[in-house]
Ligand binder design. Structure first.
Ligand SMILES: Cc1cc2nc3c(=O)[nH]c(=O)nc-3n(C[C@H](O)[C@H](O)[C@H](O)COP(=O)(O)OP(=O)(O)OC[C@H]3O[C@@H](n4cnc5c(N)ncnc54)[C@H](O)[C@@H]3O)c2cc1C
Length: 462
């Protein structure tokens, strides 16, 4: 039996970001229980070429920088701030654990331990069960991130068909193949295609099964530092003004694209998916070289000689390497209250900003007493899936920000929060020049019309 203030289940990015703020802002003790052998969650199972999709500057835990704060000089991200590799993310969390958490004397870490759901966990190595007496139980597993390497494809694959997760592409003996079929329309598939193109694989030899096309975020608009501040501010303001003025959903997306806020691979296809995939112009340009795109819905099965999809079939064969990129890294989970008695369930309070959200929830836990107030501050913004979800999450983000703005102390915390991509914009407000003040005024004026218009468009769409 051990006794702690917080039992945190899951040492993935969210569990780590939550624990970090609890250690910084309270005197509480924590038991961190993790099924895997080390912290970092799904990053431990990621494909070797994975990198963050958004700058390292906003990732990890609040109290420790990730990366060197430099811009990339080469590659698809050249000119923009660095994106940590998967290995770097895992080693960063290892440092956080061993250099910050454990030396604090307030964290007990239990790797290789399966939480049993009743305040106890079992060691996977020894089978020993430990009871935990904790004032609060924090579920940092609820978002249920899945990556392709941890499960077989979710469609039947005939025995002799070669179908691998992207992790296997760089394993000995896998490449080359005569032809390639990439399955999936999300960011993992984009990463696999970019990696293959980067290895000199002929784009003509790649078929890309994209059940849905995706709206993507422009990474240029999500950058830290003064150099990008005007660009970020202008992007922020034009998004609000476009949302306020759009006459229809089509009009909205046309204007968001024209303003460089949303991007798509194929300009002749109107995307129906939005899942926060973040890209650069040069990545899109490279991806456009793959012209053999199959839009026949989801794969139902792969037979020896054909791939059967929801709306048709395409030929395949033993010479083809299929790359399964269909795992759901951004599952849409039912929303539950973040704070409920002794339970805290970590979810996103700003779209696709998991680590920021976990840190924010920990700050709310540390600073407020009333459960209703805490839940109001930590209103969940569920993961988006469809294009219409772009409207829903933008509206929900806007409402949360408006509620947070009412609270001066919270505003001060946000200004200092490394994980908050907007913190630098907020911090600027002390010394802003007249142009920036004018831009912010425009944003304030358009905020309410934007909320009303987005609500109207959402209702029309549903
Ligand atoms: C390829 C990829 C790139 C991404 N890039 C970015 C990015 O650039 N920026 C960004 O903000 N977000 C990004 N994300 C989103 C990302 O999912 C989150 O940032 C974050 O890593 C998710 O962490 P998590 O803690 O919610 O989940 P996980 O990483 O899944 O962690 C949950 C942990 O809980 C453990 N666990 C589960 N059940 C139990 C149990 N019963 N007992 C004990 N332990 C248990 C698991 O072993 C795991 O370690 C990316 C996601 C993917 C898939």
């Amino acid at each position: 039996m051990i006794e702690v203030d917080y039992l945190v289940v899951g040492a993935g990015a969210m569990g780590m970001a939550f624990t970090d703020v609890i250690l910084t802002e309270t005197d509480a003790t924590v038991a961190l229980v993790e099924r895997r052998g080390r912290p970092g969650g799904h990053w431990n199972d990621a494909y070797p070429h994975v990198r963050l999709h958004q700058p390292s500057a906003f990732y990890g835990v609040n109290s420790r920088e990730l990366g060197s704060g430099k811009k990339d000089a080469v590659g698809f991200n050249a000119g923009l701030y660095e994106l940590a590799s998967g290995t770097e993310v895992v080693s960063y969390f290892d440092h956080v654990l061993h250099q910050d958490f454990l030396p604090s004397g307030r964290v007990q870490y239990f790797p290789m331990s399966e939480y049993l759901g009743d305040g106890s966990f079992r060691s996977i190595a020894s089978g020993a069960v430990t009871e935990v007496s904790a004032a609060k139980i924090v579920d940092a597993t609820y978002m249920n991130v899945t990556v392709p390497s941890v499960r077989p494809p979710q469609y039947p694959v005939a025995p002799d068909v070669r179908c691998v997760p992207p992790n296997d592409l760089s394993k000995a003996g896998v490449l080359p193949a005569e032809r390639y079929v990439v399955v999936g329309g999300g960011k993992t598939a984009m990463d696999a295609c970019l990696w293959m193109l980067g290895q000199g694989i002929d784009p003509e030899s790649i078929s890309w099964i994209r059940p849905r096309d995706s709206w993507c975020l422009n990474r240029r608009n999500i950058q830290p530092g003064e150099e990008f501040a005007d660009n970020s501010l202008e992007g922020f303001v034009s998004q609000i003004e476009i949302a306020a003025a759009a006459e229809s959903i089509d009009d909205l997306f046309t204007k968001l694209e024209a303003a460089g806020l949303l991007l798509r691979i194929d300009q002749s296809v109107r995307p129906t998916m939005y899942r926060c995939a973040t890209v650069t112009d040069s990545e899109l340009e490279a991806l456009r070289a793959i012209t053999n795109v199959v839009r026949l819905g989801r794969v139902e099965r792969i037979d020896a000689e054909q791939i059967v999809l929801a709306d048709g079939a395409v030929p395949t064969g033993p010479e083809v390497l299929h790359i399964d990129c269909t795992a759901d890294g951004l599952e849409r989970r039912p929303v539950v209250p973040v704070f409920s008695g002794e339970n805290i369930t970590l979810q996103t309070v700003r779209t696709c900003q998991q680590v920021f959200s976990a840190a924010f929830i920990a700050h709310v836990e540390a600073s407020y007493d009333d459960e209703a107030e805490k839940n109001q501050l930590a209103t969940v913004v569920p993961h988006p899936n469809t294009d219409i979800d772009w409207l829903r999450v933008t509206l929900a983000n806007g409402i949360n920000s408006a509620i947070w703005r009412e609270d001066q102390a919270l505003g001060a915390w946000l200004r200092d929060a490394r994980l908050d991509a907007f913190s630098e914009l907020r911090a600027m407000s002390g010394g802003m020049d007249a142009d920036r003040v004018a831009l912010l005024r425009r944003a304030t004026e358009a905020a309410m019309p934007a909320a009303v218009n987005l609500q109207r468009l959402i209702e029309e769409a549903s």
